[in-house]
Design a protein around this ligand. Sequence first.
Ligand code: 13P
Length: 248
Amino acid sequence: MKPIIAANWKMNKTVGESVLFVERLSNEFAKTDDKDIIIAPPFTALHPVAAVLKGPTLHLSAQNMHWDEKGAYTGEISAGMLIDVGCEYVIIGHSERRNLFAERDEYINQKIKTAFKMNLKPIFCIGETLDERNLEKTFEILRRQIKKGLNNILSDDIRRIVFAYEPVWAIGTGKTATAQQAEEVHRYIRKVIIDLFGEKAGANIRIIYGGSVNQKNMGSLMNQPDINGALVGGASLDFESFAKIINF
Ligand code: 13P
Protein backbone atom coordinates (compact mmCIF):
# COMPACT_ATOMS: atom_id res chain seq x y z
CA MET A 1 0.00 0.00 0.00
CA LYS A 2 1.43 3.37 -1.04
CA PRO A 3 1.86 5.60 2.04
CA ILE A 4 0.17 8.99 2.15
CA ILE A 5 1.98 11.96 3.65
CA ALA A 6 -0.49 14.82 3.97
CA ALA A 7 0.08 18.40 5.11
CA ASN A 8 -2.82 20.21 6.75
CA TRP A 9 -1.77 23.84 6.92
CA LYS A 10 -4.94 24.90 8.76
CA MET A 11 -5.23 28.74 8.92
CA ASN A 12 -1.60 29.41 7.97
CA LYS A 13 0.35 30.77 4.97
CA THR A 14 -0.34 33.50 2.43
CA VAL A 15 -0.65 32.78 -1.30
CA GLY A 16 3.00 33.74 -1.81
CA GLU A 17 4.25 31.48 0.98
CA SER A 18 2.12 28.57 -0.21
CA VAL A 19 3.29 28.86 -3.81
CA LEU A 20 6.98 29.08 -2.84
CA PHE A 21 6.66 25.97 -0.65
CA VAL A 22 4.86 23.91 -3.29
CA GLU A 23 7.22 24.98 -6.07
CA ARG A 24 10.09 23.63 -3.98
CA LEU A 25 8.16 20.48 -3.15
CA SER A 26 7.38 19.93 -6.84
CA ASN A 27 11.06 20.29 -7.73
CA GLU A 28 12.29 17.91 -5.03
CA PHE A 29 9.59 15.25 -5.07
CA ALA A 30 8.05 15.26 -8.56
CA LYS A 31 9.86 12.02 -9.40
CA THR A 32 9.04 10.22 -6.14
CA ASP A 33 6.54 7.53 -7.07
CA ASP A 34 6.40 5.36 -3.95
CA LYS A 35 4.38 7.85 -1.86
CA ASP A 36 1.36 10.09 -2.28
CA ILE A 37 2.00 13.60 -0.98
CA ILE A 38 -1.11 15.67 -0.33
CA ILE A 39 -1.08 19.40 0.43
CA ALA A 40 -4.08 21.10 2.05
CA PRO A 41 -3.43 24.86 1.97
CA PRO A 42 -6.03 27.45 3.03
CA PHE A 43 -8.85 28.10 0.54
CA THR A 44 -7.26 31.33 -0.73
CA ALA A 45 -4.13 29.46 -1.90
CA LEU A 46 -5.80 26.44 -3.58
CA HIS A 47 -5.98 27.85 -7.10
CA PRO A 48 -2.44 29.30 -7.27
CA VAL A 49 -1.01 26.14 -5.66
CA ALA A 50 -2.77 23.95 -8.24
CA ALA A 51 -0.89 25.83 -10.95
CA VAL A 52 2.55 24.92 -9.55
CA LEU A 53 1.85 21.37 -8.30
CA LYS A 54 3.66 18.92 -10.58
CA GLY A 55 3.97 15.18 -11.06
CA PRO A 56 1.73 12.22 -10.26
CA THR A 57 2.93 12.11 -6.63
CA LEU A 58 1.64 15.50 -5.48
CA HIS A 59 -2.05 16.06 -4.82
CA LEU A 60 -4.19 19.00 -3.76
CA SER A 61 -6.72 18.90 -0.93
CA ALA A 62 -9.11 21.38 0.67
CA GLN A 63 -9.52 21.48 4.45
CA ASN A 64 -13.33 21.57 4.48
CA MET A 65 -16.41 22.08 2.28
CA HIS A 66 -20.15 22.54 2.63
CA TRP A 67 -22.51 19.55 2.32
CA ASP A 68 -24.88 21.19 -0.13
CA GLU A 69 -24.07 21.69 -3.78
CA LYS A 70 -24.99 25.40 -3.89
CA GLY A 71 -27.22 27.95 -2.26
CA ALA A 72 -27.58 30.69 0.32
CA TYR A 73 -24.73 29.77 2.69
CA THR A 74 -22.77 32.95 3.27
CA GLY A 75 -19.06 32.29 3.67
CA GLU A 76 -19.15 28.64 2.60
CA ILE A 77 -17.38 26.74 -0.20
CA SER A 78 -18.93 23.93 -2.27
CA ALA A 79 -17.48 20.68 -3.61
CA GLY A 80 -17.95 21.97 -7.18
CA MET A 81 -15.87 25.04 -6.35
CA LEU A 82 -13.08 22.81 -5.03
CA ILE A 83 -13.11 20.71 -8.20
CA ASP A 84 -13.08 23.94 -10.22
CA VAL A 85 -9.78 25.06 -8.63
CA GLY A 86 -8.10 21.64 -9.04
CA CYS A 87 -8.71 19.78 -5.76
CA GLU A 88 -8.62 16.01 -5.72
CA TYR A 89 -9.14 15.49 -1.97
CA VAL A 90 -11.05 17.21 0.83
CA ILE A 91 -10.55 16.84 4.60
CA ILE A 92 -13.89 16.09 6.23
CA GLY A 93 -14.72 15.98 9.94
CA HIS A 94 -11.47 17.32 11.34
CA SER A 95 -11.75 17.55 15.14
CA GLU A 96 -11.29 21.34 14.97
CA ARG A 97 -14.42 21.46 12.77
CA ARG A 98 -16.27 19.07 15.04
CA ASN A 99 -15.33 20.84 18.28
CA LEU A 100 -15.00 24.53 17.37
CA PHE A 101 -17.69 24.69 14.68
CA ALA A 102 -20.16 22.13 16.05
CA GLU A 103 -19.95 19.76 13.08
CA ARG A 104 -22.06 16.75 13.80
CA ASP A 105 -21.71 13.23 12.40
CA GLU A 106 -24.85 13.81 10.27
CA TYR A 107 -23.28 16.82 8.49
CA ILE A 108 -20.08 14.87 8.00
CA ASN A 109 -22.06 12.04 6.41
CA GLN A 110 -23.75 14.52 4.02
CA LYS A 111 -20.37 16.01 3.13
CA ILE A 112 -18.90 12.60 2.30
CA LYS A 113 -21.86 11.83 0.02
CA THR A 114 -21.55 15.19 -1.73
CA ALA A 115 -17.79 14.73 -2.11
CA PHE A 116 -18.39 11.37 -3.85
CA LYS A 117 -21.03 12.84 -6.10
CA MET A 118 -18.59 15.52 -7.25
CA ASN A 119 -15.67 13.06 -7.53
CA LEU A 120 -13.63 14.39 -4.60
CA LYS A 121 -11.84 11.90 -2.35
CA PRO A 122 -12.64 12.43 1.33
CA ILE A 123 -9.95 12.38 4.02
CA PHE A 124 -12.32 11.35 6.81
CA CYS A 125 -11.04 12.33 10.29
CA ILE A 126 -12.02 10.51 13.45
CA GLY A 127 -10.62 10.46 16.97
CA GLU A 128 -11.38 10.53 20.66
CA THR A 129 -10.81 13.29 23.25
CA LEU A 130 -8.62 12.82 26.32
CA ASP A 131 -11.68 12.40 28.57
CA GLU A 132 -13.07 9.73 26.26
CA ARG A 133 -9.74 7.89 26.29
CA ASN A 134 -9.47 8.09 30.08
CA LEU A 135 -12.99 6.69 30.37
CA GLU A 136 -11.90 3.81 28.05
CA LYS A 137 -14.43 4.91 25.45
CA THR A 138 -12.01 5.22 22.52
CA PHE A 139 -13.32 2.22 20.54
CA GLU A 140 -16.95 3.08 21.22
CA ILE A 141 -16.48 6.69 20.03
CA LEU A 142 -14.62 5.62 16.91
CA ARG A 143 -17.25 3.01 16.02
CA ARG A 144 -19.96 5.67 16.37
CA GLN A 145 -18.06 8.23 14.27
CA ILE A 146 -17.47 5.65 11.53
CA LYS A 147 -21.01 4.24 11.57
CA LYS A 148 -22.72 7.63 11.48
CA GLY A 149 -20.20 9.31 9.19
CA LEU A 150 -20.50 6.48 6.65
CA ASN A 151 -24.25 5.89 6.95
CA ASN A 152 -25.65 4.67 3.60
CA ILE A 153 -22.26 4.70 1.87
CA LEU A 154 -21.75 1.80 -0.56
CA SER A 155 -19.03 -0.80 0.14
CA ASP A 156 -17.58 -0.15 -3.32
CA ASP A 157 -17.02 3.51 -2.43
CA ILE A 158 -15.12 2.85 0.81
CA ARG A 159 -11.78 2.46 -1.00
CA ARG A 160 -12.07 6.09 -2.18
CA ILE A 161 -11.90 7.29 1.43
CA VAL A 162 -8.65 7.99 3.28
CA PHE A 163 -9.24 7.39 7.01
CA ALA A 164 -7.34 9.71 9.34
CA TYR A 165 -7.10 8.70 12.98
CA GLU A 166 -6.41 11.88 14.91
CA PRO A 167 -6.68 11.53 18.69
CA VAL A 168 -7.80 15.00 19.80
CA TRP A 169 -5.42 14.92 22.79
CA ALA A 170 -2.44 14.57 20.44
CA ILE A 171 -3.26 17.45 18.08
CA GLY A 172 -0.97 20.44 18.49
CA THR A 173 -0.02 19.31 21.99
CA GLY A 174 3.35 17.70 21.30
CA LYS A 175 1.91 14.48 22.77
CA THR A 176 1.97 11.84 20.07
CA ALA A 177 0.21 8.56 20.53
CA THR A 178 2.93 5.93 20.82
CA ALA A 179 3.32 3.80 17.72
CA GLN A 180 1.72 0.91 19.66
CA GLN A 181 -1.24 3.02 20.82
CA ALA A 182 -1.85 4.26 17.28
CA GLU A 183 -1.44 0.77 15.77
CA GLU A 184 -3.99 -0.67 18.20
CA VAL A 185 -6.57 1.91 17.12
CA HIS A 186 -5.76 1.61 13.41
CA ARG A 187 -6.26 -2.14 13.66
CA TYR A 188 -9.59 -1.53 15.34
CA ILE A 189 -10.69 0.94 12.63
CA ARG A 190 -9.90 -1.67 9.95
CA LYS A 191 -11.92 -4.23 11.89
CA VAL A 192 -14.94 -1.87 12.09
CA ILE A 193 -14.77 -1.28 8.33
CA ILE A 194 -14.62 -5.05 7.75
CA ASP A 195 -17.64 -5.54 10.06
CA LEU A 196 -19.66 -2.83 8.33
CA PHE A 197 -18.54 -3.07 4.71
CA GLY A 198 -16.82 -6.43 4.22
CA GLU A 199 -13.35 -7.94 4.10
CA LYS A 200 -12.39 -6.41 0.74
CA ALA A 201 -13.33 -2.85 1.77
CA GLY A 202 -11.31 -3.18 5.00
CA ALA A 203 -8.24 -4.63 3.31
CA ASN A 204 -8.03 -1.85 0.72
CA ILE A 205 -8.35 1.29 2.83
CA ARG A 206 -5.48 3.51 3.82
CA ILE A 207 -5.57 4.67 7.45
CA ILE A 208 -3.25 7.55 8.27
CA TYR A 209 -2.28 8.92 11.69
CA GLY A 210 -2.37 12.56 12.76
CA GLY A 211 -1.41 14.28 16.02
CA SER A 212 2.01 15.84 16.70
CA VAL A 213 3.73 13.86 13.93
CA ASN A 214 7.31 15.06 13.40
CA GLN A 215 10.54 13.91 11.79
CA LYS A 216 11.52 12.05 14.98
CA ASN A 217 8.40 9.93 15.53
CA MET A 218 7.44 9.38 11.88
CA GLY A 219 9.70 6.33 11.37
CA SER A 220 8.35 4.33 14.29
CA LEU A 221 4.75 5.16 13.39
CA MET A 222 5.33 4.02 9.80
CA ASN A 223 6.84 0.74 11.00
CA GLN A 224 3.38 -0.38 12.14
CA PRO A 225 1.49 -2.60 9.70
CA ASP A 226 -1.84 -0.72 9.90
CA ILE A 227 -0.43 2.81 9.77
CA ASN A 228 -0.45 3.80 6.10
CA GLY A 229 0.70 7.39 6.37
CA ALA A 230 0.44 10.63 8.29
CA LEU A 231 -1.65 13.80 8.42
CA VAL A 232 0.75 16.47 9.61
CA GLY A 233 -0.20 19.87 11.04
CA GLY A 234 2.46 22.04 12.71
CA ALA A 235 5.50 20.13 11.40
CA SER A 236 4.30 20.50 7.79
CA LEU A 237 4.58 24.30 7.84
CA ASP A 238 8.36 24.30 7.61
CA PHE A 239 9.76 22.92 4.35
CA GLU A 240 12.83 21.16 5.79
CA SER A 241 10.82 19.50 8.52
CA PHE A 242 8.09 18.31 6.12
CA ALA A 243 10.68 17.04 3.62
CA LYS A 244 12.27 14.94 6.39
CA ILE A 245 8.86 13.52 7.30
CA ILE A 246 8.28 12.56 3.65
CA ASN A 247 11.71 10.87 3.57
CA PHE A 248 11.08 9.05 6.88
P1 13P B 1 -0.41 18.69 14.58
O1 13P B 1 0.49 17.87 13.69
O2 13P B 1 -0.06 20.13 14.64
O3 13P B 1 -0.59 18.04 15.91
O4 13P B 1 -1.87 18.66 13.87
C1 13P B 1 -2.41 17.46 13.48
C2 13P B 1 -3.63 17.72 12.67
O5 13P B 1 -4.63 18.18 13.18
C3 13P B 1 -3.56 17.44 11.24
O6 13P B 1 -4.83 17.49 10.65
